[in-house]
Structure formats: C-alpha cells, structure tokens
Design a binder for this molecule. Structure first.
Ligand SMILES: NC(=O)c1ccc[n+]([C@@H]2O[C@H](COP(=O)([O-])OP(=O)(O)OC[C@H]3O[C@@H](n4cnc5c(N)ncnc54)[C@H](OP(=O)(O)O)[C@@H]3O)[C@@H](O)[C@H]2O)c1
Length: 251
C-alpha cells in the first residue's frame, strides 16, 4: 500500500510517499481502507521528534491519528462490524510506529471504531475522533462539568475547542471562550455565551468565579485567576509549575 512516511525527524519536507506492507489484522481488529485522515498538532510535534520520550518508534514512521473509511476485512472475534461498513476512528498508537493513518489501509481495534453517520462525509468524519475525544475526556471525564456551571474554554476556534464548547453547552454550562474576532460569529453559533478577543483582552481581567477552565493554550496562570476557590483546571497544552500545582491538581 502507499503511505506517507518520515525517515528522520524534521520539517514537513521530510514527508514522502513510500510502499509499505498492508497491516495484518489481529482477531479483534478490522482493516479499514482509508478515505480521509486529518492533521492535529500532535502530527507536527511527532514529526519534529517531540514525542521521542514517549514513543520509541523505528523509521520509517507513519504519522496520523484519525481516519474514516470502509472496512475491507474483519478479524474472527469482531462482533459489531462487517465488511463494507463506513466507519471513523482514532486507532491505537502501535509500538512499531508504522500504523498511522497517512496510509491507504489501517488496522483498528473493534472498540475504537464507530459507524459513520450517512449524513456526515468521510472528510468531516475524519476531523472528529482525536479532537472530539480529547474534548470529551476533559469536559466530561476530568472537569466533570455540570449544568449551570461557568466554564472557560481557551482557544474555542481550535480543533479541540469547537467540540469542547458544544459538549459543555449540551451539559448545560455557561461557556466563555477566547478567539480572534473573525471566529466570534462561528463560536456564538456553536453555543458560546461569551467570546473574548484574546488579542486585546486577558481573561484574567474579565472573568471571575469560574467553576472550570479548559486550558488548551498553556496559559495556566490566567486560567487559575478566573477560578473560584474550589474551581478545577485541566491543561492539555502545558505542565503546571509547582506553585500552580499547589493551587490545582494536575491531570
Ligand atoms: N487536537 C487534539 O486532538 C489534541 C489532543 C491533545 C492535546 N492537544 C493540544 O491542545 C492544543 C490545542 O490543540 P488544537 O487541536 O485545538 O489546536 P489548533 O486547532 O491548532 O488551534 C488553533 C487555534 O488556536 C487559537 N489560539 C492560538 N493561540 C491562542 C491564544 N493565546 N488564546 C486563544 N486562542 C488561541 C487560534 O484561534 P483564533 O483563530 O481564534 O485566533 C487557532 O485557530 C495543542 O497544544 C495540542 O497539542 C490537542
């Protein structure tokens, strides 16, 4: 199969086409012929070698963490999917580093798959899994946002932010977010109650007594300053300092 690989860490011009073996599926996996993938910040961070401390991949490496496509083969233990199903997924990250989604095929565990709704295109579906799951994990699992709470979601127009706003609104929260003015209308349409232009205003000066902050921009001090005493903050962009940890819990 054709895949886009890197043979060394570096800039985007390291990416090139290569011929690789089609992945062999395990009993609990399906083989998906990929129709679309998407690019998240983790792609360029991985390409630059920033994930080396976490993943000891051998070159050539296939990047890519999102896919949509059609199942062409199912493992013998797979129960809920069949050949021909249109699906989308965020596949597991494999140790060999060769099973990313910049490729014609990917092996995916059954428990990582969802059927693609008919009214969603392959391109739209491939934009959902990683960013959508990240938003869900933070808003629902970690921050445990509840009805009536005030939540700040930094970078509302980012891949994660647009999902986080919608999930928090669905849960009944009041949502403030930060964005450039060009994104104000879009974010209001998605449900944001307040959109702050981060180019001219600091959230620290305009928001008070918030219950929860989702930091996607590594501005933990600003986020902390908007919280009420028992408020919660989760960052997916930065590590809290010791001082920051003493007032919040790192997750
Ligand atoms: N994508 C994922 O699934 C995922 C998963 C885990 C961790 N992360 C991490 O989370 C962070 C955000 O990821 P993402 O995918 O949402 O990024 P993204 O889609 O690349 O976000 C880009 C947006 O961030 C906004 N932005 C930049 N600086 C800002 C600031 N100071 N204040 C407010 N908004 C700002 C810009 O909005 P405007 O256009 O409105 O200026 C821009 O459109 C990254 O550090 C990423 O590594 C992402």
């Amino acid at each position: 199969m054709k895949a886009i690989v890197i043979d060394e860490y570096g800039s985007a011009d390291r990416l090139h086409e290569a011929e690789l073996e089609v992945p062999k599926i395990e009993a609990d996996e399906v083989l998906v012929k990929i129709a679309a993938t998407s690019i998240n910040p983790i792609d360029w961070k991985a390409r630059l070698g920033m994930l080396k401390p976490m993943f000891d991949w051998a070159f050539p490496i296939v990047l890519g963490w999102d896919l949509s496509g059609t199942i062409t083969e199912v493992g013998k233990d797979v129960k809920s999917f069949r050949v021909g199903d249109e699906v989308f997924a965020r596949p597991d990250i494999y140790k060999d580093g060769k099973r990313g989604t910049y490729a014609e095929f990917a092996a995916v565990k059954e428990d990582k798959l969802a059927l693609k709704p008919e009214n969603v295109s392959f391109e739209e579906a491939a934009a959902i899994p990683l960013a959508g799951l990240t938003a869900w994990q933070v808003i629902v699992d970690r921050l445990k946002v509840k009805k009536g709470e005030k939540v700040l979601i930094q970078a509302g127009a980012g891949g994660v932010g647009i999902f986080a706003i919608q999930i928090a609104k669905y849960l009944g929260a009041y949502v403030a977010t930060t964005a450039s003015p060009k994104n104000n209308e879009l974010l209001k349409k998605l449900g944001a109650d307040e959109v702050i232009d981060y180019h001219t205003l600091s959230v620290a000066n305009v928001l008070k007594d918030y219950d929860a902050v989702f930091d996607t921009v590594d501005q933990i001090d600003e986020g902390l300053s908007t919280l009420k005493p028992a408020g919660r903050l989760v960052s997916i962009a930065g590590q809290p300092t010791e001082k920051q940890q003493s007032v919040t819990q790192s997750v």
